[in-house]
Design a protein. Structure first.
Length: 375
C-alpha cells in the first residue's frame, strides 16, 4: 500500500509538492529576513495539515498558524516542534491543553486574560501569548486604545510570556487601499509607543505581503499566497497553484435524444448522445452549485457538468466524442494543455478560492507529487 493512498479511490486531490516549495521560496525572497508564519488552518487550506506543515518547516518557515486548539494538537502529535500560534479566540476549557501542547495563543481581552491567569495559577504553569489588537476588522482583539493597558496587565503577571502583538487586515487584497494604510498606521503607532524589539509584531496576510511592504514588521502570515493564489485573482510568474482535483470515469452510456439527466432532470439531451459518469459529488465537497455550470477536462477537451451534481457522482454529456471508463478527468488544474482554474470555478458560483479549497473533505485522498512539471 502506498503511503498517501491507504485505499484506492477513484477521485483524488493532487498536491504538487515541488510547486508548493517554490511558492514558499518565492514568498521568502519577497519578505527578506522577517519571520515567516504559514497559516495551515482548515487542513492547510485543503492541502493537508500534517504534510504541508512538515514541508513548510523543511523550507525554513518559522511559525505555523492554526485557527483552533485541535489543529495545533494534530501538528504536535505528528511530532512537529516548530512554534505554533492559535489565532482563534480561546475558550476556558481549552487553556490547559493549549499549555500542555506548547501552543502559543491569542489574548484578545482582559476578561480572557484573567481566566488564563487563573488556570495558569491552578496548573502552576506559564503560557505563551500574542496580544491581539483589532485595528479595523471588528472581529476579535482589543481596541487600540485599550491595548496598552492590557499589555501592562500581561507584563505584570509572570504567568504570561508575551511572544507577540498582532492584528489582522480587512481590505488588503487590492493595492493602494486607504483603509489598509490606516490599519498599518494604527499598528505602527502602537508599536512605536510600546517600543520595537521586545515582541514579534505581525500584521500582514497575503494581501499585505503582496501590496504593502510597510505591513511586514517582524513577521508575516500569508496563507492563500503560499498555496499559489493571489487574493485579487491576478496571476504571478513564480507563485502558482499546487492543488489539482482529479477523477476517473466510472460509467459510460449511450442515451437517446430528449432524455432528462440526473435529479430533477435539470439537463435534457438535445440529440442522441453519450454520457459519462464521474464518481465525485457534493459529499466530497464538489458543490451542487456546479450543476450545469462547471467545466471538466476529459482527454484535453472541455465539457460542462450535465444536470445536477449528486452526493457522490455527476454526469457529463460528451456528444459524439470518445471516452472510456477509467479515463482520467480533471476537475481543477491542468489536463494537458487545458486548465481549469480554481478562480474560474469560484467565480461561477460567486465564491472565493478559500471557500472551495476548504470544502473538499477527507473522503478524497491527497497524493503528494514530488516533482514539479512546471520546470
Ligand atoms: C487566515 C489568516 C491569515 C492568512 O490569510 P490569507 O488571506 O490566506 O493570507 C493571516 N492571519 C490570520 C490571523 C488568519 O486567521
Amino acid at each position: 500500500m502506498e503511503k498517501n493512498e491507504p485505499h484506492p479511490h477513484p477521485s483524488w486531490i493532487e498536491i504538487d509538492e515541488g510547486q508548493f516549495r517554490k511558492n514558499i521560496r518565492a514568498v521568502r525572497k519577497r519578505i527578506g529576513q522577517v519571520l515567516f508564519c504559514l497559516p495551515v488552518k482548515a487542513n492547510a487550506y485543503g492541502h493537508g495539515l500534517i504534510e504541508i506543515g512538515k514541508i513548510a518547516i523543511e523550507e525554513g518557515v518559522d511559525y505555523l498558524g492554526v485557527s483552533c486548539l485541535k489543529e495545533g494538537i494534530y501538528l504536535r502529535k505528528a511530532k512537529i516542534q516548530a512554534p505554533i500560534v492559535v489565532f482563534g479566540a480561546i475558550h476556558e476549557d481549552q487553556i490547559e491543553n493549549l499549555i500542555r501542547f506548547n501552543l502559543e495563543f491569542s489574548i484578545s481581552s482582559k476578561f480572557k486574560a484573567e481566566i488564563v491567569k487563573e488556570v495558569c495559577g491552578r496548573l502552576k504553569e506559564k503560557c505563551s501569548v500574542h496580544l491581539e489588537v483589532d485595528t479595523g476588522m471588528q472581529r476579535t482583539g482589543v481596541r487600540p486604545e485599550t491595548a496598552l493597558s492590557l499589555l501592562s496587565y500581561l507584563r505584570e503577571n509572570p504567568c504570561f510570556e508575551i511572544k507577540g502583538v498582532y492584528s489582522h487586515l480587512a481590505t488588503a487584497d487590492c493595492r493602494e487601499d486607504a483603509f489598509t494604510e490606516f490599519q498599518i498606521d494604527t499598528f505602527s503607532y502602537l508599536r512605536e509607543k510600546v517600543g520595537a524589539g521586545e515582541y514579534l509584531w505581525h500584521l500582514a496576510n497575503s494581501g499585505g505581503v503582496l501590496h504593502y511592504p510597510r505591513s511586514y514588521f517582524d513577521m508575516v502570515r500569508p496563507g492563500l499566497l503560499c498555496y499559489g493564489y493571489l487574493p485579487s485573482g491576478e496571476k504571478d510568474s513564480e507563485i502558482k497553484p499546487c492543488f489539482s482535483l482529479k477523477s476517473k470515469i466510472s460509467y459510460f452510456k449511450a442515451v437517446a435524444s430528449d432524455k432528462g439527466v440526473s435529479y430533477g432532470h435539470l439537463y435534457r439531451t438535445k440529440e442522441p448522445t453519450r454520457l459519462v459518469t464521474i464518481p465525485i459529488g457534493y459529499g466530497d465537497g464538489y458543490l451542487r452549485a456546479f450543476s450545469n455550470k462547471a467545466p471538466v477536462l476529459i482527454r484535453e477537451q472541455r465539457y460542462v457538468v450535465s444536470g445536477a451534481v449528486c452526493m457522490d457522482q455527476f454526469m457529463v454529456d460528451i456528444g459524439k466524442s470518445t471516452a472510456y471508463v477509467g479515463d482520467e478527468v480533471t476537475l481543477i488544474g491542468k489536463g494537458g494543455k487545458e486548465e481549469i482554474s480554481l478562480w474560474e470555478l469560484a467565480k461561477l458560483c460567486q465564491t472565493i478560492p478559500y471557500e472551495l479549497l476548504t470544502l473538499f473533505n477527507e473522503r478524497l485522498p491527497r497524493k503528494y507529487i514530488k516533482f514539479s512539471c512546471a520546470d
